[in-house]
Design a protein around this ligand. Sequence first.
Ligand SMILES: [Zn+2]
Length: 160
Amino acid sequence: MTRRSFLSLFSALGLAPKMAAANHEPPPAGIEPLRLSDAEWKKRLTPTQFDVLRDEGTERPFTSPLNDEKRAGRYLCAGCGLPLFTSAMKFDSGTGWPSFHSTLPGAVQTSTDFKLLLPRTEYHCARCGGHHGHVFNDGPAPTGKRYCNNGVALTFEAAS
Ligand SMILES: [Zn+2]
């Protein structure tokens, strides 16, 4: 089943409006929103980045070089450059996706998606609305959360 037919199924069930509304939440104070058309995003992003960030795709596990990134630094949204995580928040989850137990304050917003039928908490960049991954409650201390992030949606900036 394609994503589109999922969406029409959910819209028939009355669930779609909730999903659609989530990405239009205003960003927190101090974060200037970045809204571009699909055509503009296609110019800025690689096809894989577009698939993840703008179409909520998921990269294949164990494909991102950022899985093995251990240097000190920050992880920025590949769509708009907003810093989302620091290297101190990263841990090795063994899932094949870069994983973090925390985010920088206000950097991401969440919504519920039903793509796998069971509800999951999707999160996206607070500035550009780009989808990054899903957050689960089986992470390590101090938060117990696991932000499972598509590596292609991030760029790494090593500390100078
Ligand atoms: Zn962004």
